[in-house]
Design a protein around this ligand. Structure first.
Ligand SMILES: [Zn+2]
Length: 333
């Protein structure tokens, strides 16, 4: 058993409470390798933003659980080295699908876990979430749960259709499970293809797809039911067209990739939405930078020469999200 407190990490309780009061959101960036982690920590340290390092089940298998723990601990020390006196860094399990996985993460130094039982019938979702909460809270680990179903594909999580969260269920769910935050479905979606072209309209000038707006009426109804309760948005990458264009220009093939417009996320960040998950955007930045180097310098075979530019582009992306979209800069001095 390793406590996250020994690693210098924090849970989400205080950062969420401050974010709701302050009208901003905490970035939750997924990572599975060193370059992503370096870019996230540099961006967070330089902007003094609280940050959630997020690891899916697939990423945990990819990186190895023991190595991950030391990477998170190293991230805290690296942040201090960069001049961030009191780093607010959380290590969070994204989409935990069983009690055993959540328990294992709690036991291995995670400061927060998500139990995603949203695909189960309502009562089973409550029972499993409650079991995880009871275990995690013994160690002051915070728990995110989910109600409603997001469309899209993310690692082993996928669904063809979305079902909005039902506002009439949220009080009962939050009360009976004791969860610390709630991921909801209001039209965000996993992956780089959040909407089919049929669901979108086309900008007549650019020919780009314009996605349908998020269901802010559902968000409002949820906030009315659960005033001041931390709400989480998954699948909130914006799929920046500059990265998609770069990937396509240098030999990639991502036709009609489309994400959530940043102005909608900006609006959400000002509400009780206090955690916004961003994964695909950094994958796109990484891939775009690597493809560019490969296309322009076919003789290059030193991984530092293409992972380095990828790291720089991701850092730029993370800072942009923190400062211009979520508004979390300067919130963890
Ligand atoms: Zn998700």
């Amino acid at each position: 058993m390793v406590s996250y407190k020994e690693l210098g990490l924090v849970n989400t309780r205080e950062m969420f409470a401050k974010a709701i009061k302050g009208g901003y959101a905490i970035p939750a960036f997924n990572f599975n390798n060193m370059e992503q982690l370096q870019a996230i920590i540099k961006a967070a340290a330089e902007t003094k933003s609280p940050v959630i390092l997020q690891v899916s089940k697939g990423a945990r298998n990819y990186a190895n659980q023991t190595l991950l723990r030391y990477m998170a601990q190293g991230a805290v020390e690296y942040a201090k080295e960069l001049g961030w006196e009191h780093p607010q860094i959380c290590l969070h399990l994204d989409h935990g699908d069983s009690f055993e996985l959540c328990k294992s993460c709690v036991d291995f130094g995670f400061s927060s876990v998500m139990i995603d039982a949203s695909s189960l019938p309502y009562e089973e979702n409550i029972a499993l979430t409650k079991k995880v909460v009871e275990y995690a809270h013994q160690f002051d680990v915070t728990v995110e749960a989910e109600l409603g179903v997001l469309a899209g594909v993310e690692d082993e999580v996928s669904s063809a259709v979305s079902h909005y969260t039902k506002p009439e269920e949220v009080v009962d769910f939050a009360t009976r499970t004791g969860c610390d935050s709630l991921a909801i479905s209001i039209g965000t979606s996993h992956g780089a293809y959040k909407f089919t072209p049929e669901q979108c309209t086309r900008d007549p000038k650019t020919g780009r797809l314009v996605p349908p707006p998020l269901a802010f009426d559902v968000l409002d109804a949820i906030m009315e039911q659960l005033p001041g309760f931390p709400i989480v948005l998954h699948g909130s990458s914006s799929v920046p067209q500059e990265y998609v264009d770069m990937i396509n220009k240098y030999g990639g093939k991502l036709p009609d990739a489309v994400g959530i417009p940043e102005e909608q996320l900006r609006k959400a960040a000002k509400s009780a939405v206090c955690k916004i998950n961003i994964d695909s955007d950094s994958r796109l930045a990484f891939t775009a930078a690597v493809r560019k180097v490969f296309a322009e310098k076919p003789g290059e075979f030193d991984p530092r020469k293409y992972c380095g530019p990828a790291r720089d582009l991701m850092e730029e992306l993370y800072k942009h999200k923190i400062i211009n979209v979520l508004g979390s800069d300067g919130k963890a001095e």
